[in-house]
Design a protein around this ligand. Structure first.
Ligand code: HEC
Ligand code: HEC
Length: 218
């Protein structure tokens, strides 16, 4: 009998899936600026979202959609030739109510890349020594700080703005996603502006953990 109900439930769910696209996506014109599938024509006005479930923490999405914070201070730029190209001028992002945001976030979390490998980065934090080394890689060896905001020793924001801010990125980005981005950004963005560093896995994991540890609050 129990099994019967389980099967019935499964059938009902597949008829009316909980992950169906919520109407807000259409109503609020999200597709004017974002792609929700790699097959959609690139609107090139905002970041791709067809791998949102791989990239973001759901809680961050829920918050962001209700009260968006600026992540890319110079606006979203799609022209790999920037700064000669023109950036899309930043404008306040559309906002959703609590309920709308919950529905849209649930939906976004179902969007994944095919053949995406998870489990690359464990959640053991870097030791003090390893973190200091990773900070050197981030600031000196690879110069990430030239393009990305991070925090200095006393917690002040510093760094370049040609890339998205990495302050509090641990609340926003999933560890495996950052790892894959560092290893092969072209999987997500065919013509990006960030240098490809050819990192070995160990270094990529170390930098990933460092990036995600750049927190304003402990
Ligand atoms: C007028 C264009 C426009 C519309 C309409 C729009 N967005 Fe955005 N969206 C952007 C831009 C530009 C950014 C980048 C903002 C930043 O980096 O500060 C962004 C960022 C985001 C992000 C974070 C992505 C990332 O990689 O940082 C999410 C999630 C998002 N939008 C979802 C939505 C949803 C859901 C809707 C519809 C309710 C929507 N957007 C409507 C332009 C738009
Ligand atoms: C020359 C400038 C530059 C350097 C150096 C650079 N980046 Fe980036 N990075 C970017 C840009 C620009 C983007 C946004 C994607 C794009 O437009 O190509 C980006 C995107 C990212 C993202 C994804 C953020 C998001 O929300 O989508 C992460 C994580 C990242 N960079 C980390 C790093 C790390 C770690 C280093 C050093 C190993 C580094 N970057 C070096 C310019 C740079």
């Amino acid at each position: 009998m129990r099994i019967g109900i389980g099967v019935l439930l499964l059938i009902c769910m597949s008829v009316s899936p909980v992950w169906a696209e919520p109407e807000e996506i259409e109503k609020k014109g999200c597709r004017d600026c974002h792609r929700f599938s790699s097959e959609e024509k690139q609107p090139a006005r905002g970041p791709d979202l067809f791998y949102a479930g791989d990239k973001f923490h759901e809680n961050w999405l829920k918050e962001f959609l209700q009260s968006p914070k600026v992540i890319r201070k110079v606006g979203y730029i799609t022209d790999p030739g920037f700064p000669s190209g023109n950036p899309e001028v930043s404008q306040p992002h559309s906002t959703l109510t609590h309920e709308e945001s919950a529905r849209v976030s649930t939906f976004l979390m179902t969007l994944h890349l095919p053949d995406y490998e998870t489990g690359k980065v464990d959640d053991v934090p870097l030791s003090k020594g390893a973190r200091a080394q990773a900070k050197m890689l981030f600031e000196r060896n690879f110069g990430c700080i030239a393009c990305h905001e991070a925090l200095n020793l006393v917690g002040k924001v510093r760094g370049g703005v040609s890339g998205p801010t990495l302050v509090d990125s641990g609340l926003r980005l999933k560890p495996d996603w950052v790892f894959h981005w560092l290893k092969s950004p072209e999987k997500f963005l065919p013509r990006g502006r960030m240098p490809v560093f050819n990192l070995d896995d160990e270094t990529a994991i170390r930098i990933t953990k460092y990036v995600l540890s750049i927190r304003t609050k402990k």
